[in-house]
Design a protein around this ligand. Structure first.
Ligand SMILES: [Mg+2]
Length: 428
């Protein structure tokens, strides 16, 4: 096969599946997302089987399925799963187009030799990794073009893997209504229907002169793609959405106490790390901030010398830099931390200072802590004790972290006296 090999991957009932992956006790149950809007915006296949449909109101849902579990949307979680989905696919190929939160295209062309697999095997392996590591299913289409790959992923849902070889195209298109093709809108559909074209096969059987005469360029391109000739390339630049996890909390009454403010920050760091570990993410950059009683933000952004999701590692660095941000006598009302440059994966690369052993030990400790938390509830084992024990100031920036001074500006605060760069719009 000389033609291209393009994969389209689509998460099945993605938002609802994320809820189930996050909370395995929900598995097998009719789960519905959209509580905050009063209607179903996403639902598990179990919910669909009960006759629930998207757009139904909570009242209607309760009537036909009293045991339905209705949850508010948690977009932060969905985007973390999305991020992990894309990074799993990128293990196989750098050419990944993040098409939407739960869909991507991936180009496999030319990778058979280096991966020592057929394209079919790659598709199968990628699907296997996604299903297994994210705890939900994906539907996959493998074809010589994007339009055909997208048709493939829709072919069998949920959890399908549909391969469309060039010689199989007519069979697939014969049973596909023209309006179901990606990129054919209702107007084009009725135009084609008016010309007796009901199926995608009838469409590609039209001669090129007819297409040229009757249709515009984008539709001609779809015609080519459906015939197996790849026209649409992938836009593979990684979406720079400043993927981050942030934790912030306001305390009352406000406080001048250095130790208290620090411990508040510590708690936020722990919470952010719990979340990162739960999603299998590590952070390459952190920032922390203190907000004063008169709503000024002071913070630091720190590039880490290695990826981590271990609170002690982050706390050591924050502790060493805390006094650059904290001012004696000032009244504070909240603290916060942001873990950014998140990536799917493991902590710690070996470093020059022998820190790896310790990091590995911490990783094991936290694996146990996370297990306990899962069993007995969050913060069963809380750093409160461990962090007092950790009060062992190391040398400033000994790991060579680059510290960058940043003053945070929040939305609507531009009129204030702050100097600095508005780095993060949504830290509060
Ligand atoms: Mg989907």
């Amino acid at each position: 096969m000389n033609s291209k090999a393009i994969l389209h991957i689509d998460g099945d009932a993605f938002f609802a599946s994320c809820e189930v992956a996050k909370n395995p006790a929900l598995r097998g149950k009719p789960v519905i997302v959209g509580k905050e809007r009063g209607m179903a915006t996403a639902l598990t296949y179990e919910a669909k089987a009960m006759g629930i449909k998207r757009g139904m109101t909570i009242y209607e849902i309760k009537k036909i399925c009293p045991q339905a579990i209705i949850l508010p949307s948690d977009y932060e979680t969905y985007s973390l799963y999305s991020k992990r989905m894309f990074s799993i696919v990128r293990r196989y190929t750098p050419a990944v187009e993040e098409y939407s939160i739960d869909e991507c295209f991936a180009e496999l062309t030319g990778l058979r030799r280096s991966l020592r697999m057929t394209y079919e095997d790659m598709a199968e392996r990628i699907k296997y990794d996604l299903d297994k590591e994210l705890g939900m299913t994906f539907s996959v289409g493998l074809a010589p073009t994007k339009v055909l790959a997208k048709l493939g992923s829709k072919w069998k849902k949920p959890s399908g893997l549909t391969i469309i070889h060039t010689d199989m195209i007519p069979r697939f298109l014969d049973s596909t209504p023209i309006g179901k093709i990606w990129g054919i809108g209702p107007q084009t559909e009725s135009f084609l229907l008016a010309h007796g074209i009901k199926t995608a096969l009838q469409f590609i059987e039209k001669p090129e002169w007819w297409i040229n005469e009757k249709l515009t360029k984008p539709h001609k391109e779809i015609w080519k793609e459906l015939r197996g000739e790849s026209v649409f390339s992938l836009s593979t630049e990684e979406k720079n959405d400043y993927q981050s996890i942030s934790k912030t909390k306001t305390f009352t009454p406000p406080s001048r106490e250095r130790d208290f403010v620090f411990s508040e920050l510590s708690k936020n760091i722990e919470n952010a790390c719990i979340k990162a570990r739960r999603h299998g993410l590590v952070s390459k950059e952190i920032s922390f901030f203190l907000k004063t009683q008169d709503f000024k933000h002071f913070g630091l952004e720190i590039k880490l010398s290695r990826n981590t999701n271990i609170p002690k590692e982050i706390l050591d660095i924050v502790r060493n830099n805390f006094d650059e941000v904290y001012s004696k006598g000032v009244l504070y009302r909240s603290t916060g931390v942001v873990l950014s440059k998140l990536a799917s994966g493991e902590c710690s690369q070996p470093d020059l200072f022998g820190g790896t052993l310790q990091a590995d030990a911490m990783k094991k400790v936290y694996l146990q802590i996370d297990k306990m938390d899962e069993k007995y509830g969050k913060h069963t084992i809380f750093l409160g004790s461990s962090f007092l024990a950790m009060n062992n100031p190391a040398h400033k920036n000994e790991r060579g972290e680059k510290v960058q001074r940043v003053q945070f500006l929040l939305k609507g605060e531009t009129g204030r006296r702050h100097i600095g760069i508005p780095m993060l719009g949504e830290v509060s």
